[in-house]
Design a protein around this ligand. Sequence first.
Ligand SMILES: C[S@@+](CC[C@H](N)C(=O)[O-])C[C@H]1O[C@@H](n2cnc3c(N)ncnc32)[C@H](O)[C@@H]1O
Length: 279
Amino acid sequence: MTRAIDSLDKLLAPVDPAKPQGAVWLVGAGPGDVELLTVKALRLLQRAEVVVYDRLVSEAVMAEVPESALCIDVGKQPGQHGLKQAQINKLLVDLARSGRNVIRLKGGDPFIFGRGGEEMVSLQAAGIRCEVVPGITAAVGCAAASGIPLTHRDCAQSLRLITGHGRRGEPQLDAAALSAVNQTLVFYMGLSWSASISAQLQAQGRDPETPVAIIEKGTRPDQRVLITTLGGLAETVARDQPVSPSLLVVGEVVRFYRADLQVRSGKPVSRCAVQERSA
Ligand SMILES: C[S@@+](CC[C@H](N)C(=O)[O-])C[C@H]1O[C@@H](n2cnc3c(N)ncnc32)[C@H](O)[C@@H]1O
């Protein structure tokens, strides 16, 4: 997948001093399924000149980038360090100043736990044109791909997207606010802190029988959904060892999950069969 370039210096050398400054598109790549890209994102990718991308961008999405494009992987593996955010900000500014039009491709939506806001502000401060193209965020994509409605009139009147990873590691949740019933909680980056999340919510009175879904690699061909409860979460994670990227969905809506009635993307077989029969 990595089509890294040999030398950034070469890339950053001004192509032509008379060439105007480039622009940056902050583009959401969605949760993985290439068919969940927006039309705008797909069009931009298919004519990309330079793509600066993250670890969460799927291979299927990267396959849409032309061979001729320069692709720079600035992703961080969990526990390792890729480029620091300040270095990424500088890279985007330098590329645009050297006349490049840059696609900054981020998993999901650039403005949901994606630090897209920081990159936009840095580009604006440098006087560089920047456009944001939204993407389907992981909560929305994973919920759809596993048949879990995030809201439902009967049991979930609100939805919260929460980072399960604090600035210094363990999250300090506003557990009292999160413990109210009739709301769905979706934790991003919460896998390594699932025991703590579970304990904090239960300490504030959230029922240990509250259903929880762990959605691993949502929308991708190897998606896996693990159903458990708040009280059983730590044990499920220890036993089934879900890997990154995974989301935690907490709330009564998880009861709608039906493993036996999943339709795989792009294959609405049963619907066609019904239409044929009734014709
Ligand atoms: C740094 S956040 C980026 C979120 C992204 N900007 C978005 O809008 O989805 C990374 C976290 O998103 C979640 N995530 C992203 N893609 C996912 C996927 N395909 N399946 C499950 N979780 C995913 C995981 O919790 C992962 O740790």
